[in-house]
Design a protein around this ligand. Structure first.
Ligand SMILES: Nc1ncnc2c1ncn2[C@@H]1O[C@H](COP(=O)(O)OP(=O)(O)OP(=O)(O)O)[C@@H](O)[C@H]1O
Length: 292
């Protein structure tokens, strides 16, 4: 039997020295994304490396290219968008070399994602437990009973109280915060090494948001899951991430350790972003970085 945490344990490259730094599970080098329809470049040169158990945050205003950057890494750019420059590697493989079958094998098991509005990703007429079990069966080839047991275990992992009850519920019977946890459970069902959380807590109230961010932080620490956290809100990134990229109109205006960038921003745009969110309690989140 493989537990959730075992399934998510970081793997060391064969032959690597025990104390060698783990190679990045995701790396973006000078990634550029263009819109063929409008003949314009939307993302202009995003680079970062993400090692197992680390978290990188991408902040910026609406339309700055955060989601497109993530979608490029997930191989799901919308029609007429394409990577026009640079490279993206997942676990050492250049994604430009992947065919649809290899992408299918990689999604869920190596890289996975959760977005805003969880209800739209769930089938309203199927109990949520069955939907997670289906994800487990499809990716892990488990039998029905084992998939059920694993779905309950995943619901417990995302700290849902009474996971059996949630397992038997329909989406409309659950709150937004519970649905987002269900989606995270489905996203980690096959033990991915990278989880992209794109505005995953934006629609939730502040308390529920903080609980889910803490749960992700715990998952990351315990299992070595690497996180890409996208938010227009620097406070979210401050709570979870080691490094942050500040995007404006598709360009990285500032990048570095989260604590340094958010406490001592060099760029006027970063200062503005922080000032905009200060009133919602960025200070409360920033102190978290100081404690760690
Ligand atoms: N499916 C799409 N069709 C047309 N234009 C798109 C599409 N997706 C994104 N864009 C455009 O690409 C640019 C970057 O969008 P992106 O969604 O990456 O921004 P974002 O920073 O994630 O913003 P938000 O926080 O609002 O999602 C925007 O100008 C947006 O209008």
């Amino acid at each position: 039997m493989t537990t959730v945490s075992e399934g998510l344990l970081p793997r060391r490259a064969p032959g690597a020295a025990p104390d060698a730094p783990a190679p990045p599970v995701l790396s973006l080098r000078d990634v550029r994304i263009g819109d063929r329809a409008g003949d314009r470049e939307i993302v202009r040169g995003v680079s970062f490396e993400l090692a197992p158990g680390r978290a990188v945050g991408i902040v910026g205003e609406s339309g700055s290219g955060k989601t497109l950057t993530c979608r490029a890494a997930l191989g799901i750019l919308p029609a007429h968008f394409e990577v026009t420059g640079g490279s993206i590697e997942i676990d050492g493989t250049d994604i430009a070399t992947l065919n649809p079958a290899r992408w299918r094998a990689l999604r869920g098991t190596t890289i996975s994602a959760v977005f805003q509005d969880p209800a739209s990703y769930l089938n309203p007429s199927i109990r949520v437990g069955a939907q997670i079990a289906e994800a487990v069966r499809a990716k892990k080839g488990l039998r029905r009973r084992e998939a059920h047991r694993r779905a309950v275990e995943l619901l417990r992992t995302v700290r849902l109280r009474d996971p059996e009850l949630v397992h038997g519920s329909y989406p409309h019977e659950l709150s937004g915060g519970m649905l987002q946890r269900v989606l995270i459970a489905a996203a980690i069902a096959a033990g991915p090494r990278i989880l992209v959380a794109d505005e995953a807590t934006t629609a939730l109230d502040v308390t529920v948001q903080a609980e889910i961010l803490d749960m992700l932080a715990e998952l990351r620490e315990r299992t070595g899951l690497a996180l890409v956290v996208v938010s227009h809100d620097p406070a979210v990134v401050a709570r979870l991430c080691d490094e942050v990229l500040v995007l404006r109109e598709g360009e990285v205006v500032e990048q570095g350790p989260t604590h340094a960038v958010l406490h001592d921003p060099r760029h006027e745009y970063t200062r503005l972003l922080i000032a905009e969110h200060e009133q919602y309690g960025l200070d409360r989140f920033r102190t978290t970085g100081e404690d760690t």
